[in-house]
Design a protein around this ligand. Structure first.
Ligand code: SF4
Length: 600
């Protein structure tokens, strides 16, 4: 009788097979234990590399590099850095050559923005080397400033990726300064070279808001400019002036703003001086005459551009991942320029909406974790319970005040800059719209925002088409892409196009956009035709009326948005039709009061 072990598997009993498995497992365990005892692996815990600090003593010699936003945001932020006394240089817009360097020196399997951002930093450093600086001089005299996060997507790895890539490229010891979402500027030991002062923080806050609004306003003016290229030329001049104003602004100081008798008293008490300075700086930065005057001058420059709103254009809302929807170059296939060349009007995404999303998340998390983050007192301990409840409500109130103040300041800047900039989105509404498809706490990337915005712009008829730009290898974007197919099934008239951006494939992406845009153009034309017919007036008469009223050709003339109408031309034609009706009815009154652009 043959031994069970020598029989083929199919002829053995189940018990024999089990026994055989156990024997082999034991054998392997013994082998591994012997190997392990012969050369035990070293188990050192990972520690974040200690970086040479950027100290106050270096402030005059070291140049801070940053980039990755729109040029308008970057110019204004540069003004803020310079106003605080820093040497600063802007990195050029990330391009494909940078992307290739990112792939060469970075880790494998990263998302697209990581390659673009790390690569374009390396490209810049290599450019400095070509100009004659040694690597040691570059490492000593330059630092890079960027935003960081703890995840949950690859954003959490950016800092480590920058360090790895610059080291691989031969710039060992190059310093990366991080602005953490949670921790503020991550200064090392000693007096930090980069200090987060009230002036610096509020200046950056203003720079982001003004950059958002001006970007939005210019996107509304450019497609309708009567003289080609005028909007770009004027906006460059206007931005130069505004950035210079932010750089040269006079900082608040008690001795300069208060009468001597009062300044002397305030300065005599250290606490009173500190409080007065902080409050004074806040008021001066947010509501002061310097800020108001700078915005007024910017508005006056833009106001000179003549526009023709009777051009029928599809309105395209651009959304997606932060980098892909913000960058203005190879990182999103130059999508903004391409869309405008193809005859579209673009609605860009302000950074402020992202900040409001972060605020909303902090508030909602705090609410959801009410009795997890703090101990729940027993029901009979009425006093303790009331105190805990008050503490909870107080924090919720602070979040609410923060949101309200942010919104107020943003609206105020919109008014100062001509009144046509779009308002911030209501985060609660976005949550409500997205919740059936995408959970509000599924974080990473844009979270539920991409799905929510797609629905929002469709149901409110605020765009003919939604274009979502999402980078290759982006984890959160892949999730929301899956969800979008369900969303599109529920909203049949939605024109939604997701485009995956990477270092290559520009022609393919452009041709897909062209196809979707064709549909959006047809929608815009049909809508305009219907709107024109509803006025009962011929297009020639409308044109003649506009020609007679210069106010209607000013960029800041506020055209009311009609429910159900999306396009600028459709809304404009209905409005002009109504004005003409009024004129016919009250001819004498209308001639006595010529139309004027809306005052901000
Ligand atoms: S959101 Fe996507 S593209 Fe952006 S950092 Fe995270 S994984 Fe990368």
């Amino acid at each position: 009788m043959p031994h069970a072990e020598t029989l083929p598997l199919r002829l053995r009993s189940r018990a024999d097979i089990e026994q055989e498995i156990q024997r082999k497992v034991e054998e392997e365990r013994r082998r591994l234990q012997q190997t392990h005892q012969a050369s035990p692996p070293s188990r050192e815990h990972f520690h974040r590399p200690v970086e040479r600090p950027f100290t106050a003593a270096e402030r005059n010699n070291v140049t801070i590099l940053f980039g990755g936003l729109t040029w308008k945001h970057e110019w204004l932020l540069r003004g803020v850095f310079e106003s605080a006394g820093y040497k600063v240089e802007l990195l050029p817009t990330p391009d494909v050559a940078g992307f290739q360097l990112g792939k060469e020196f970075g880790n494998n399997g990263q998302c697209n923005p990581t390659y673009f951002m790390t690569g374009h930093l390396i490209k810049y450093l290599q450019g400095l080397e070509t100009k004659g600086l040694t690597r040691q001089q570059i490492v000593d005299n330059y630092v890079f400033f960027t935003a960081g996060s703890c995840g949950p997507c690859r954003f959490g790895m950016y800092e480590a990726e920058y360090r790895l890539a610059v080291e691989n490229a031969g710039f060992r010891g190059f310093r990366i300064l991080l602005f953490q979402q949670n921790d503020g500027i991550n200064a090392a030991s000693g007096e930090a070279g980069l200090k987060f002062t009230v002036d610096f923080g509020l200046g950056a806050f203003n720079a982001l808001n003004f950059g958002d609004i001006l970007n939005d306003v210019c996107c509304q003016i450019r497609p309708y400019e009567v003289t080609a290229g005028e909007a770009e030329r004027v906006s460059k001049e206007m931005m130069e002036e505004l950035a210079a104003t932010m750089r040269d602004r006079r900082k608040f100081h008690v001795s300069e703003r208060f009468p001597p008798w009062l300044a002397g008293r305030v300065l005599a008490h250290r606490k009173a001086e500190a409080i007065t300075h902080t409050v004074g700086k806040i008021v001066d930065q947010l509501w002061g005459e310097q800020t108001t005057a700078a915005l007024r001058r910017a508005r006056q420059r833009l106001e000179q551009i003549e526009v023709d709103r009777l051009r029928v254009k599809p309105l395209v809302k651009v959304t997606g991942e932060f980098f892909a929807q913000t960058t203005e170059g190879d990182g999103n296939f130059h999508m903004f320029q391409f869309l405008e060349r193809e005859g579209a009007e673009i609605k860009v995404e302000p950074i402020a909406n992202w900040i409001m999303y972060l605020l909303w998340q902090a508030k909602a998390h705090h609410r959801d974790r009410k009795w997890l983050d703090m101990e729940r007192p027993p029901t009979w301990a009425v006093h303790k319970r009331a105190l805990a409840e008050a503490k909870f409500r107080q924090k919720q109130m602070f979040f609410g005040v923060g949101e309200g103040l942010y919104r107020h300041l943003y609206r105020r800047a919109v008014r100062e800059l001509g009144g046509i900039g779009h308002d911030l989105l209501d985060q609660e509404e976005l949550v409500r719209l997205a919740q059936p498809y995408y959970h509000r706490f599924a974080r990473g990337g844009e979270g539920h925002l991409e799905v929510a915005k797609n629905i929002y712009y469709t149901v409110h008829k605020k765009a003919h088409m939604v274009l979502s730009l999402k980078p290759f290898g982006c984890m959160p974007s892949s999730q929301s892409d899956g969800v979008q197919s369900a969303v599109m099934n529920h909203f049949k008239d939605m024109i939604f196009l997701p485009i995956e951006t990477s270092g290559e494939g520009e022609i393919n992406a452009h041709s897909r956009v062209q196809m979707a845009l064709g549909e959006a153009k047809a929608k815009a034309k049909a809508e305009f035709q219907e709107a024109l017919e509803s006025t009962g007036t011929r297009l020639e008469d409308i044109k003649a009326f506009v020609a007679d009223h210069p106010g209607l050709r000013r960029p800041f003339y506020k055209v009311p948005h009609r429910h159900g109408l999306t396009g600028t031309a459709a809304n404009f034609v209905v409005h002009v039709g109504e004005l003409m009706d009024h004129r016919r009815l009250f001819k004498s009154a209308a001639t006595a009061q010529p139309l004027r652009p809306a005052r901000a």
